[in-house]
Design a protein around this ligand. Structure first.
Ligand code: NZQ
Ligand code: ZN
Length: 381
């Protein structure tokens, strides 16, 4: 095991009705003006916005709306939010949504308290923000685990780049599975596949065998697959939604990463695919994963055999990769680039740009070069 330091910045309130409990415990600690941040309107349709607003007003807060945070949030949207936060002297940010809203708010929080541009600071000087407007997260669509970490994934359109910017972690998170009931079924499954991907990408990092984090990651993968299958039978299965919500948080809250290196090469490819197109994150991962694994399966045979046995109940490394691909099909998730919804056509030229600009991971079973990454992406056509 590698050395590590581990602490949790986020208190989690899990279960039906937990927002009221969270707000009565948490809101007394924060100032008067609260930015209520949300996406394209789902929270207005399903009543979550009204519920949040009423709870904030009951707690005596002045509410400033920050609306229209898009999927794959952009750097421009971050700057808009930071400007609004400064203008209204916001004391606290409440992010109500999926990974996109939560991520956008993490960086709004940090940018609002900085004089300099946060991207230049992090990528130019290698410095990270020391402070941010405190924030909380109410998860309405699970999968990313964004509610329990400080890393945000932001699309910088002008630079054709999608990647992490570090901002503020939520001091508390509300995980009420009933809020996810209105999420369209394809998004539910795409989000859950993102969770599966986080656990697989962590597990396949080059690290010592048989470490405790591997065992926990395999349990998260197995549980995610079991509960996705339950949802295929009944998309309204609350137990399955609840398990997937906690799987999602567990897969990206850092606990699986303790004492080990991680892979995340597929995420690097998918994020750049997201920079050049506007495809859905979980669906992009579903397309790329099997092709990548076919390339590296012989570089980590023992790990792949364990994955095959524990997650899919098959015996060989190659059968595990096939079972993963079959499972993606079973879920109705895309298996080809052409099945991804994107306003930009995904051509070999686009894939060349993705291969030429994505980060290359050095602690996966085998470091790839750009040519092989391009080949993998072409195999997904
Ligand atoms: O915008 P609204 O109208 O709210 O609709 C959203 C959006 O269209 C909808 N939705 C959310 N809650 C709903 C709902 N619809 C009905 N009922 C509800 N209760 O769902 C759609 C997708 O939402 P979005 O937040 O974009 O999805 P997701 O949670 O998958 O987040 C994706 C973003 O997170 C990043 C991805 O790259 C992508 O930008 N990631 C963040 C990570 C992190 N911070 O740790 C890790 C991940 O690997 C990932 O990269
Ligand atoms: Zn992800």
């Amino acid at each position: 095991m590698n050395n590590f330091t581990f602490s949790y910045p986020t208190r989690v309130y899990f279960g039906e009705g937990s927002a009221a409990q969270a707000f009565s415990a948490e809101l007394g600690k924060v100032g008067e003006t609260v930015m209520l941040a949300f996406g394209g309107g789902s929270v207005k349709k399903n009543g979550v916005y009204d519920e949040m607003k009423a709870l904030l007003e009951q707690a005596g807060k002045k509410v400033v709306d920050f609306s229209g945070i898009m999927s794959n949030p952009t750097y421009i949207k971050v700057q808009e939010g930071a400007e609004l936060a400064r203008e209204y002297h916001v004391d606290f940010i409440l992010a109500v949504g999926g990974g996109s809203v939560i991520d956008c708010c993490k960086v709004v929080s940090a940018q609002a308290m900085l004089d300099e541009d946060i991207w230049n600071m992090e990528y130019g000087k290698g410095k990270f923000p020391a402070a941010g407007i405190p924030m909380g997260a109410v998860v309405t669509a699970s999968g990313t685990g964004a509610e329990m970490n400080a890393g945000a994934v932001i699309t910088y359109e002008e630079k054709k780049w999608k990647g992490p910017i570090f901002g503020t972690a939520a001091s508390f998170a509300v995980l009420d599975p009933t809020y996810t009931m209105s999420v369209p079924s394809m998004q539910v499954l795409s989000g859950a596949f993102d969770t599966l991907s986080h656990a697989m990408e962590t597990y396949l990092g080059a690290s010592d065998e048989e470490n405790v984090s591997d065992d926990v990651a395999l349990a998260i993968m197995r549980n995610t697959v079991v509960n996705m299958r339950r949802l295929l039978k009944d998309i309204h299965d609350m137990q399955a939604r609840s398990n997937l919500m906690w799987d999602s948080a567990m897969a990206e809250n850092g606990i699986l990463k303790c004492g080990r290196l991680t892979d995340f090469q597929v995420h690097q490819m998918e994020h750049q695919l997201g920079a050049y197109t506007d495809c859905n994150h979980g669906q992009g991962l579903a397309v790329i994963h099997p092709a990548y694994y076919r390339h590296i399966v012989k570089d980590a045979p023992e790990k792949f055999i364990r994955f095959a046995k524990v997650v899919f109940g098959v015996d060989t490394a190659e059968a595990g990769v096939e079972a993963l691909e079959d499972f993606i099909r079973e879920c109705g998730l895309p298996t080809k680039m052409s099945q991804l919804k994107s306003t930009v056509e995904i051509t070999p030229e686009v894939l060349r740009q993705v291969a030429d600009t994505c980060n290359i991971i050095k602690c996966n079973p085998r470091e790839l070069d750009r040519e092989e990454i391009y080949q993998i992406l072409l195999e997904c056509m």
